[in-house]
Write a protein that binds this ligand. Sequence first.
Ligand SMILES: Cc1cc2nc3c(=O)[nH]c(=O)nc-3n(C[C@H](O)[C@H](O)[C@H](O)COP(=O)(O)OP(=O)(O)OC[C@H]3O[C@@H](n4cnc5c(N)ncnc54)[C@H](O)[C@@H]3O)c2cc1C
Length: 504
Amino acid sequence: MNSLKTDVLIIGAGGAGLVAAIHAKEQGVSVKVLTKEYPTRSQTCMAQGGINAALGNVSEDSVENHIANTLKSAHGQADEEAIRFMCSEALETVAWLENIGVCFSRTEDGKIAQRRLGGASAPRACYAQDYTGLKILHTLYDKALSLGIDIENEKFLLELLEDTQGGVSGALMLDIRSGELQKYEANAVILASGGYSRIYDKNSTNSTASTGDGIAAALRVGAKLIDMEFVQFHPTALKKSSILISESARGEGGYLLNSKGERFTNELAPRDEVSRAIHEEMLKGEEIFLDIRHLGEDFIEEGLPQERKLAKLYEDVDPVHDLIPIKPVAHYTMGGIEVDNKSQTSVSGLFACGECANHRVHGANRLGGNSLLEIVVFGKEAGINAAKMAKKSTQLQEKRSIIEKIQGYTNEIDFYEKKQSLGDLLYTKVGIVRKKGELQEVLEEIKLLKSQLPSMGVSDSSKVYNTNLLEFIEFHNVLDVAEVVVRAALKRDKSCGAHFMEEV
Ligand SMILES: Cc1cc2nc3c(=O)[nH]c(=O)nc-3n(C[C@H](O)[C@H](O)[C@H](O)COP(=O)(O)OP(=O)(O)OC[C@H]3O[C@@H](n4cnc5c(N)ncnc54)[C@H](O)[C@@H]3O)c2cc1C
């Protein structure tokens, strides 16, 4: 197997990966970005509501208020210094995004428009209609291409490669197109591979790619993971498809109603509180709806065009005239790979940023608009610090790939069915409200599934575009990550933010 060498290797071409790539490249080192999908399809493009910065363009606001709101929502589980850094950098971050070409929506006097999201004391989220993530991601991609950054698509991370000093110095990838294994050597590796909400399978707003592959690979080389039990359930996903209806719909004045047409909660409370309020109503047999009819067609068309399209397409309702049926589903994973303030993990040579990392800025519950901010602020740190480290030279150890391990697996049990039923089990028992006995049951189920893996091998033996193989590897990763989530939930026996334990 030929080895390809670069200074900084980045796994993931979402917002975090591309920001890291741009900043690393600007330090004068060689940079390669590998992604299992196409960059512009990364999940960042799904972000709708906005990116937080206390610009005060619509009403008075301050960095101190942004810090205070973020700390409150984190339920004491975040690092105040890290939050202070992120919120203080936010103003320059939005200016940088605008500078490289992001077309933010505008106020009538030409300033960047801002809207209020849950848990914020002022309209703070800068947005591009309800396509904020898409505009940011595409602009970052353009910028990365203009800098000549080498981006390779359809490369699937199998394993991180360790060097003889016990650090990470590369990655073993599967070329999806050819089915060949490829070894990439690097002086520093940045994981920017996104979150793990798809362990809940279809009960998630996330793209199917969010299977926590990077986190599972980091775990296998001994990187520390933290706060894995903190999974955020978003209150308003479409009932049939789990597609997100952005918090901006409530931020702009939308109501939550039960089947009797009654409001039952403060719609702009943090997400953990709103999701629990909905969960309680659902336990009483109520159906829950989002109502934005009173905002009027002109407003909806101008400010929330994507939400209207999604509701029409996937729920067969027009929010201008109809109530939107919704339910809470897994949306964002606060837990992840532990990093310091330089985005360095506990393993030498390995950095992480974006949703796969935990910079301790969200704690037990993330505020809407703070993730896009985090990926740009800490993506920059990861890029710069990895580039600084990319001076050392290393020698790789030999590693067996997962592909070799699963070669002898038989195909008696359908893993697709198991993947879906595990997602449902996690949704009901490791979801908005958790019980110790049920967590234990899920852990046993995960152990059982792991022991059955050798009978769940792939049926498709082709090399080219073997999605059956990729999905099996993702399922492997899902099991590893789900096990850590359940073990972490069992360890934390007190309720905290998104982790809510029912007393027995
Ligand atoms: C519907 C929706 C709406 C949202 N709205 C907002 C919002 O308004 N404001 C806000 O702040 N946040 C929002 N978020 C959250 C935010 O979008 C994400 O947290 C953020 O975009 C994550 O960026 P990332 O770069 O870390 O990961 P991603 O954008 O998920 O990118 C991950 C990258 O890693 C790659 N990858 C994964 N596994 C592998 C592998 N095995 N091998 C190779 N490559 C791999 C993927 O292909 C992808 O390129 C929203 C999230 C969703 C789902």
